[in-house]
Design a protein around this ligand. Structure first.
Ligand code: NAP
Length: 355
């Protein structure tokens, strides 16, 4: 037992348990050493039905036997689970998450609604674990809300974070090729995505540009001072099932040789690794030297889908360098990232099995 490990498994509820991210969460929580799925919640359409019937299961692993027969509950605060994972549709997540926090729950959210709130931490556990302290200045009630960034932002900032720490990042241009699982269930219509690229994902470019500055920013008392980094994002949907690929150009504050960037990425470890958190990848960022890497089908599952893969580092005629980063959008970019964030909150003493 490590110092940070809870004495008993913590019961958790999954909100939006029937959706794309909710299902991934349920699959990743199966057999988790610290957390135990105790409640599955979704809309009135699903409430009252056995989970195996309510969820149109689209995960590559079988539906866990421990939850298949559980009855889906209406999405209402209840007392069994202090820790709540929200994979709710953004159209409803805002007030629902506030209601859960107001009732004393510690909400770890994948939804966009509260990410940019002044007192809400927006966390990639390896990049800005210290921002978790913001919860102490929240006024939602006895509970708290912490958030996981947008799935494309997570891949981008896993690549930028280590560079920013060592060389300083000034300007970023990113062009994404995003998987269809990022669009939730039932997903993008086949007639729209087969044989096609859709050069528009509503709100995504603004999220990448704003969230990156907050995550790379500095904690300053009761808020985060945004990093002075200019980000321009172009977001595209492509016919890939899982894994967002991003072509990035970056301008750095200090000059650096290509091998220095590669060393910084490959040697990057942070609090989740030093604490030995159960979902932490051993190497959160890895540089692949093959000239045609990374590719979603080949590299999205590295380290259980929790590692970002980088490749094709080369000089950029506009900025300093350009490269490609790939990360799994429903694992590192959503469910796995949220579970790692909850583990970090437990390890930092923000919630315990006795709460
Ligand atoms: P999804 O597949 O559409 O799932 C949405 C979930 O919300 C379903 O479980 C649905 O339940 C539930 N829901 C909808 N209306 C509800 C209501 N009125 N009351 C209670 N529950 C309700 O979406 P998703 O892709 O899993 O995304 C979930 C959240 O994560 C979104 O906020 C999304 O932006 C964010 N996110 C997604 C990804 C990704 O890669 N997919 C990555 C990062 C973040 P029913 O099945 O009963 O309708």
């Amino acid at each position: 037992m490590t110092q940070s490990e809870p004495r008993a498994r913590i019961p958790v509820a999954v909100l939006g348990a029937t959706g794309s991210v909710g299902q991934r969460m349920v699959a990743l929580l199966d057999g988790h050493p610290w957390f135990e799925t105790a409640a599955l919640m979704a809309s009135e359409r699903s409430a009252g039905r056995p989970y195996r019937e309510a969820a149109t299961w689209v995960q590559p692993t079988a539906i866990p036997a421990s939850v298949a027969h559980m009855t889906v509950e209406p999405t209402e605060p209840e007392s069994r689970c202090r820790l709540v994972f929200s994979a709710l549709d953004a159209s409803v997540a805002g007030p629902v998450e506030r209601a859960f926090a107001g009732a004393g729950h510690f909400v770890v959210s994948n939804a966009r609604n509260h990410r940019m709130d002044r007192s809400v931490p927006l966390i990639i556990p390896e990049v800005n674990p210290d921002h978790l302290d913001l919860v102490r200045s929240q006024s939602f009630g006895p509970g708290a809300i912490v958030t996981n960034p947008n799935c494309s932002t997570i891949g981008l900032v896993l690549a930028l974070g280590p560079l920013h720490r060592v060389f300083g990042v000034r300007r970023v241009n990113v062009v994404t090729m995003q998987a269809i699982s990022g669009a939730g269930l039932p997903g993008v219509a086949s007639m729209e995505i087969m044989d096609n690229v859709v050069p528009f994902i509503g709100g995504e470019e603004e999220k990448m540009e704003r969230e990156t500055r907050k995550i790379l920013g500095e904690l300053s008392g009761d808020h985060v001072r945004d990093a002075d980094v200019v980000v321009s994002a172009h977001c595209n949907r492509v016919p890939v099932v899982d894994g967002h690929t991003e072509c990035v150009s970056v301008a750095l504050e200090t000059r650096a040789a290509p091998n220095e960037l590669i060393s910084v990425w490959n040697e990057f470890v942070s609090e989740p690794q030093s604490l030995g958190l159960p979902t932490a990848p051993t190497q959160p960022v890895r540089y692949l030297s093959d000239e045609s890497a990374p590719q979603p089908r080949l590299h999205r599952d590295i380290d259980g889908g929790m590692a970002a893969s980088i490749g094709r580092l080369r000089p950029c005629p506009l900025f300093d360098y350009k490269f490609v980063v790939l990360s799994h959008n429903t694992i590192r970019g959503a469910a796995g990232g949220a579970i790692l964030l909850a583990e970090l909150a437990v390890a930092r003493g923000l919630l315990t099995a006795d709460d």
